[in-house]
Design a protein around this ligand. Structure first.
Ligand code: C5P
Length: 312
């Protein structure tokens, strides 16, 4: 058991990206209620920052443009991540976790999972554990379906609940415009709506499409735009019908593809280059169809330390 070896001011800051699912294929729910997935994760350069500081007691605070509605107690996934790593490593060194949120909350971009991934990396660094990537991924898999991917970032295949990762060959940089909506969508509610809409129709086990793999290999934005696919989109549109107008507006204003991100309600539009992304962002803002618009590029690196190396 390690105890109170760190000076009170020791801190580490980690930056972590948001994700989009370029392809999200959803199978029928298993006995545990979870749905088997075949997904392609893609990290984009919209970041949260998590600073962990050695403290007398465990604590958590949230600031930044997207902080509204984020829990600051033990139910926050970042707090669970720190506790899980501490337990696994036999560490008894409380930390304060300060989250600066720029990733939309309940937006389908894995903001909570991103903070959990960042906290794992930050605590590992602060406590000087040197946990292997494989071990961190194992802990991440127990916290949520997207946490493991956000440790690595880039573009990767996810299967199982999404936590089993495999590399994909992906070329190029992609330019995205993210249309943010007022209010979030609950991920379990969107999965439940997907099941409801499917009714008794038999759903095959999800398998990645050759079109997506080919588009990523080519690095061609138009091919990728045509291959974007999300089985949760119909459910997100059913729960938030105004999103249909958002998608229509983005495609009309020149996007080469548009898709609900994960369980929504953020809509991700793919553009051919920086200029067309700028034009689309301006047009969507002027249209009044969206609450806010952000530009981003992908792939982006996963959770990485940006400051506050451990003293000594
Ligand atoms: O794993 P995560 O916390 O992101 O999942 C949130 C919720 O989304 C789960 O409680 C479950 O209802 C649903 N889900 C699912 N199948 C998956 C991933 C998530 O049904 N593969």
């Amino acid at each position: 058991m390690t105890s109170a070896a760190l000076p009170p001011s020791a801190s580490v800051t980690v930056r972590v990206p948001a994700k989009i699912n370029l392809e999200l294929l959803v199978g029928p729910p298993g006995a545990d209620g979870y749905h088997p997935l075949a997904t392609v994760f893609h990290a984009v350069n919209l970041f949260d920052e998590v600073t962990v500081t050695a403290a007398e007691e465990w604590g958590l605070s949230v600031s930044g443009p997207q902080s509204l509605g984020v829990p600051v107690d033990g139910t926050n996934l970042a707090a669970k991540a720190a506790q899980a790593l501490a337990e696994r490593a036999g560490v008894d060194e409380p930390v304060h976790i300060a989250i600066r949120k720029d990733i939309p909350v309940a937006g389908g971009m894995a903001g909570g999972s991103a903070d959990a991934a960042a906290t794992l990396v930050a605590c590992d660094h602060l406590w000087g554990l040197g946990t292997t990537k494989q071990e961190l991924e194992e802990i991440a898999g127990g916290l949520g379906s997207d946490v493991a991917f956000l440790l690595s970032g880039g573009t990767a295949m996810g299967s199982g609940r999404g936590e089993i990762l495999a590399p994909v060959l992906a070329r190029g940089t992609y330019h995205w415009v993210l249309a943010l909506s007022e209010g979030g969508l609950s991920t379990p509610a969107v999965y439940a709506e997907c099941d409801r809409l499917r009714g008794s129709v038999a759903v095959p086990d999800p398998v990645p499409t050759p079109e997506m793999m080919q588009a990523l290999r080519s690095g061609d934005a138009r091919a990728l735009g045509a291959a974007l696919q999300n089985d949760l989109q119909a459910a997100a549109l059913s729960l938030m019908p105004a999103l249909t107008d958002v998608i229509d507006a983005g495609l009309e204003f020149g996007a080469v593809g548009g898709i609900v991100s994960g369980s929504g309600p953020t809509v991700a539009f793919l553009c051919e280059d920086t200029e067309s992304a700028l034009d689309l962002a301006v047009a969507l803002t002027a249209s009044g169809a969206v609450q806010d618009v952000r530009r981003a590029t992908g792939p982006a690196h996963g959770a990485h330390v940006i400051g506050g190396p451990r003293p000594g």
